[in-house]
Design a protein around this ligand. Structure first.
Ligand SMILES: NC(=O)c1ccc[n+]([C@@H]2O[C@H](COP(=O)([O-])OP(=O)(O)OC[C@H]3O[C@@H](n4cnc5c(N)ncnc54)[C@H](O)[C@@H]3O)[C@@H](O)[C@H]2O)c1
Length: 476
């Protein structure tokens, strides 16, 4: 007999019968002024940090008829928005202009925070030179907000960070430096009449997957954890107005940890498949064929794909926020360390593969003309942060190769990048003049059949040449 009850459902079966919204329905905040403003689209939203996360979020609120003010210390971004332009490839200028018509503006003047009902922080969280969390963007922003903080305002952190940042780092600064001695609301009841000197604080992680057009941003459930139940409910109401589903958790730390679990899961699984790729190469097996076959299993397997190394502002960085915090609890996060070691080694594997492929042609890396195809950290996006292509280029140059690159999204690789490279994109002409073409990022725009046809030798790190049977192709 088949039993369809939820209690008997295995954890890796689809969960599409879950309710659309996990926020408990209640009327406890029925007369709350901020909740009412949110529902009536009267709440004014301030978004601090108008980068890859903050700008799309501002547009989403704007689409839902909220008046949004963006805050950024980068004057170039503020000016571009003032002129109705965009500086992110996948966001068209027409979207910025539509938002402006809806009241969207950008400023670098923090004094304007006093006008806001809700303030959402989307600033970077990188690692420092010792591979430790660099919270300076969060603390700088918090110091800048504090003197302008108003009673009743809701402050939400979206930047990815270790559990405890919101309550242990941000809240004390806000309380200490706010005018009039404001305090973060900590009452355990939602019915508490909002004290005159309280503000509300929550954490809600950003879960965007850049370049993924299969899932609309508003369809990605939004996890929310407030310092107290009322902060949770207010943040839930705010995000519930632009996202299809909100998922409340018991605390900001639980929400912070949720985001890290998601990214560590990804990082560790990519490392696993990268390691198995190296083994498959040695055994003469095609890892991509194996993954495709394993993916036909309708449960218990989620495919991850090998590549030339990790990139982006999230997966190579976020896990180490947790490793660092874990030390405070005398705990070693061995999976994270091992995954980091394997993933960081992948650009070196690519270098060795290029050397091996050239060797087959009786050539050496030293003096070889090499074209890197695709430098973005993943396909079809304009983001170069932590891209393995930068490491591969640097390694090739150190070995004496003459390196050019092509990427439709980057006319230049400018100074100030990871390795201070200064390179100008070459055009996709005369491919035959290169001793080796290395596919590092498999942008959809490339005609791989044509590239293989014209090239002398192709090293493919992404299986972009799948189905092209040619002795010129080396998959690594
Ligand atoms: N990019 C992604 O795909 C992604 C996905 C999920 C989570 N995240 C997380 O979101 C956060 C932001 O990432 P991002 O990719 O948008 O970064 P980003 O570098 O694209 O944007 C950050 C913006 O913050 C601005 N900024 C820095 N300090 C500021 C300050 N004191 N005041 C005002 N503005 C300031 C910068 O000028 C920049 O415009 C990070 O914690 C990241 O880990 C990013």
């Amino acid at each position: 007999m088949t039993n369809h009850s939820a209690a008997n459902r295995s954890s890796d079966q689809p969960k599409n019968d879950q309710p659309k919204n996990d926020q408990p329905k209640n009327d406890r905040l029925k007369n709350d002024p901020l909740k009412n403003k949110i529902e009536q689209r009267q709440a004014r939203i301030g978004i601090i940090g108008l980068g890859y996360v903050g700008l799309p979020l501002a547009l989403l609120f704007s689409e839902q008829k909220f008046a949004v003010t963006g805050f950024d210390i980068d004057q170039r971004k503020v000016d571009t928005i003032a002129q109705g332009g965009s500086y992110i490839y996948r966001i068209g200028a027409e979207e910025i202009r539509a938002a402006k018509a809806q009241g969207f503006s950008a400023t670098s003047d923090y004094a304007r925070l006093v006008e806001m009902d809700a303030v959402i922080i989307c600033v970077p969280t990188p690692l420092n030179q010792y591979h430790e969390p660099d919270l300076s963007f969060i603390t700088d922003t918090t110091h800048a907000i504090a003197p302008h903080l108003q009673a009743g305002q809701l402050v939400v952190l979206e930047s990815t960070t270790y559990p405890g940042t919101t309550e242990e780092v941000m809240v004390p600064i806000l309380e200490k430096e706010s005018k009039n001695g404001l305090k973060a609301a900590r009452g355990t009841s939602c019915d508490d009449a909002s004290a005159k000197n309280e503000f509300f604080v929550a954490f809600s992680p950003e879960r965007e997957d850049p370049g993924n057009t299969a899932v609309a941003r508003r369809d990605i459930p939004k996890v929310v954890g407030g310092v107290n139940p009322k902060a949770s409910e207010l943040a839930g109401a705010l995000y519930g107005s632009i996202f299809q589903r909100t998922v409340p958790v018991s605390s900001p730390a639980a929400a912070e940890m949720t985001k890290l679990l998601e990214n560590i899961y990804r990082c560790v699984n990519i490392a696993l498949v990268n390691e198995l790729k190296l083994l498959c190469l040695r055994m003469g097996l095609d890892i991509w064929e194996v993954i495709d076959a394993a993916s036909t299993k309708p449960f218990g397997f989620h495919p991850f794909y090998p590549g030339p190394g990790l990139g982006g502002h999230c997966i190579p960085i976020d896990p180490f926020y947790l490793s660092w915090k874990a030390k405070e609890f005398d705990f070693r996060t061995r999976f994270i360390e091992l995954a980091g070691e394997i993933n960081n080694n992948m650009p070196y594997h690519v270098l060795a593969s290029i050397g091996g492929a050239l060797n087959q042609h009786k050539k050496s890396v030293n003096g070889a003309r090499v074209l890197i195809l695709g430098v973005a950290y993943k396909k079809d996006i304009d983001d170069l942060r932590e891209s393995p292509a930068l490491t591969i280029i640097e390694l090739l140059q150190k070995e004496g190769a003459q390196v050019n690159y092509h990427d439709p999204y980057f006319p230049f690789i400018g100074k100030g990048r990871k390795y201070d490279l200064q390179m100008k994109r070459t055009e996709l002409e005369q491919l035959a003049q290169y001793d080796c073409i290395v596919i590092v990022t498999d942008h959809s725009d490339y005609d791989y059949r044509k590239i293989v046809g014209e090239a002398q030798l192709v090293v493919d790190t992404r299986n972009a040449t799948k189905g092209i049977d040619s002795p010129k192709v080396v998959r690594c």
